[in-house]
Write a protein of this length. Structure first.
Length: 99
C-alpha cells in the first residue's frame, strides 16, 4: 500500500517541489522527468510503512491484552505513537540520503 501511494503521488510531489523552488514557469514544472529520485524515496518509504504498521498492530494487541479494562482509544493512540516513532528510525536516514 505504501509503495502504491508513493508511486502515484511522486510525480505530483515533484511538480509541487518545482513550483516551490520558484523561478520556474509552468512549462518547466510540467516537463519530465517526474520520477527523478524515485528509487531513493521508495527504498525508504516501503520499509517505513512496514515498520509503522507492524509495530502498531503488535503493540495494539499487546496493550489490549495487558490492560483489558483500559479505554481502547488510549491504547490505540499509544500504539500508533510508538509505531510512528519506530518508523521514523527507518525513514529519517532515507530522508537524509535524498537531501
Amino acid at each position: 500500500a505504501r509503495g502504491t501511494a508513493v508511486s502515484s503521488m511522486f510525480p505530483v510531489d515533484t511538480m509541487k517541489t518545482r513550483l516551490q523552488m520558484g523561478g520556474a514557469g509552468l512549462g518547466s514544472v510540467l516537463k519530465p522527468p517526474y520520477f527523478a529520485g524515485f528509487g531513493a524515496a521508495i527504498s525508504s518509504q516501503i520499509p517505513y510503512g512496514m515498520v509503522v504498521f507492524g509495530t502498531y498492530e503488535t503493540t495494539k494487541v499487546a496493550l489490549v491484552e495487558r490492560f483489558p479494562g483500559a479505554p481502547r482509544m488510549g491504547l490505540y493512540l499509544s500504539a500508533a505513537v510508538l509505531g510512528d516513532l519506530m518508523g521514523s528510525l527507518v525513514l529519517t536516514p532515507g530522508e537524509v540520503v535524498k537531501q
